[in-house]
Design a protein around this ligand. Structure first.
Ligand SMILES: [Ca+2]
Ligand SMILES: [Ca+2]
Ligand SMILES: [Ca+2]
Ligand SMILES: [Ca+2]
Length: 476
């Protein structure tokens, strides 16, 4: 008997269908399993990413804290300067890769021994003397013009920006220029409050402000020496040619009292008749020598020596001019220098450049020094490290005439400093950077300016980066 074809066929097809069902079920199961694995992997990966992100956030918070800590540390250091107004050598304080818990901070500074243009990619770590720079509020257009990369137009526009009037100086810019901008704004007609205000001034482009030093760390980073391959556009000559931000500051006013609170003496008008000055000189140098020095100052007055009663009025424009006229020895002068200042009326002097810390480019801007004598001063300073808080030494090098011209622009000690602080959290993650400016003129250091510089990117150079990368790799 033959089975009906249909029956046999049905049974075969049933078998094959059931095999097919099992196959489908297997495929579905596989797909489900695959989906689950994919989901698990996806969520696993997301939570790993989440974990990494929150770890980075934590590191960033640690770095923020390290920056606050470093700023407090800088305040503490600046509060106990000895001699006053002079930064100690970096080796005497924490300045590089200083550990705070799991985080680390650095003070990005400038090497006073470096030649004018830096050729290294290793940053120098230290606090910075802001009085080593030219003051945007007091420097004349002629002085500003001598800065590297400065244009006559920008120098004139800086003066117009800060002066109260709206008269356009030659090549300068006032309201009529700024009101044509989109969006329009007014010329400030008031003193600069920060150097970053320069970005608003007509003629200040990135090339002039930053030069090749895009991350403002004072050293030659890879992108700053690769020509046009990456920003900034540089000349690939193996030397850092910085912009003017490197050389300018907004100075704090000098205090009118000394560090121990006694009023300083204004020696501008007829110092030979100044009773307070006489007392100071007699106390510091002895009565006889004090009287003798008073005699040198001339201008008449009782006991005024050869000046005698009715002598010509004497105007002394600077402490350095006073030193020359008094014929004191440098050691004698050092005893009284910080007690003296020269200013018109009741204004405290402001914007004086510290001749002991300013670099060649800044010294070259000062009348009486210029590009001819700036290298001489820097070279002398490097071989005579001792005289760090006086202006007297400059008199011998400049000669009396130049010293008298330069005197009103220079000082021997500083009243404002800055700390450019970079920090990372645990395992070198969470890079942060902020710059603080400190004003010491009121005695205790006060933070007068704070700027976030994190968006300028990594500024600690290659060696620090590879050290931190190794650290991070080792932790995995
Ligand atoms: Ca103006
Ligand atoms: Ca740089
Ligand atoms: Ca470049
Ligand atoms: Ca260059």
């Amino acid at each position: 008997m033959r089975l009906p074809r249909g029956a046999a066929g049905a049974s075969a097809s049933d078998r094959s269908r059931s095999r097919g069902d099992r196959g489908s079920a297997l495929i579905i199961t596989l797909w489900v399993a695959f989906g689950l694995v994919a989901l698990a992997l996806y969520f696993g990966d997301t939570s790993a990413l989440d974990l990494r992100a929150s770890d980075n956030r934590a590191a960033g918070l640690e770095a923020d804290q390290a920056i606050e800590g470093a700023a407090r540390y800088a305040t503490y250091l600046l509060g106990k300067l000895d001699p006053p107004g002079v930064l100690p050598a970096p080796a005497t304080y924490q300045h590089e890769a200083a550990a705070v818990g799991d985080s680390t901070f650095w003070f990005l500074g400038r090497d006073p021994k470096q030649p004018a243009q830096v050729t290294t990619d290793l940053p120098f770590f230290a606090l910075v003397d802001e009085a080593s720079k030219l003051d945007l509020n007091t420097a004349t257009a002629a002085m500003l013009q001598l800065l590297p990369r400065m244009t006559p137009e920008l120098a004139a526009a800086i003066v117009d920006w800060r002066d109260a009037d709206s008269e356009v100086t030659e090549l300068g810019a006032e309201d009529e220029t700024y009101l044509l901008k989109n969006p329009p704004y007014h010329c400030k007609n008031a003193p600069f409050e920060s150097v970053d205000e320069l970005r608003l001034v007509e003629g200040a482009d990135a090339g002039i402000l930053y030069g090749e030093d895009l991350n403002r760390n004072g050293v030659l980073d890879v992108n700053e020496n690769d020509g046009t391959a990456s920003l900034p556009l540089d000349d690939r000559n193996g030397r850092l040619d910085p912009g003017i931000l490197e050389f300018v500051t907004v100075a704090a006013k000098e205090p009118l009292t000394t560090t121990n609170g006694t009023p300083r003496i204004n020696i501008r008008q007829n110092p030979g008749q100044n009773a307070q000055l006489r007392t100071l000189l007699q106390t510091a140098l002895g009565t006889a020598r004090g009287n003798q020095v008073m005699g040198q100052l001339g201008g008449g007055g009782a006991g005024g020596g050869q000046g005698g009663q009715g002598g010509q009025p004497v105007t002394i424009n600077s402490v350095l001019e006073f030193y020359l006229r008094s014929r004191m020895t440098t050691d004698e002068f050092a005893l009284v220098e910080s007690d003296l200042y020269s200013a018109q009326g009741t204004n405290a002097p402001s914007g004086l450049v510290n001749i002991n810390t300013a670099g060649e480019q800044v010294l070259a801007c000062i009348p009486g020094i210029g590009t001819e004598l700036a290298p001489t001063l820097v070279a002398y300073r490097q071989s005579n490290a001792g005289k760090r808080d006086t202006v007297a030494w400059a008199a011998e090098l400049l000669g009396a005439q130049n010293a008298a011209r330069a005197g009103r622009y220079i000082t021997g000690r500083s009243h404002h400093f800055s700390a450019d602080i970079a920090a990372v959290g645990h395992l070198g993650r969470g890079y942060r950077r902020a710059r603080f400016v400190f004003d010491l003129s009121a005695g205790t250091p006060r933070i007068i300016y704070r700027q976030d510089l994190g968006d300028l990117g990594w500024a600690l150079g290659r060696p620090a980066r590879s050290r931190l990368q190794t650290l991070a790799m080792d932790s995995r």
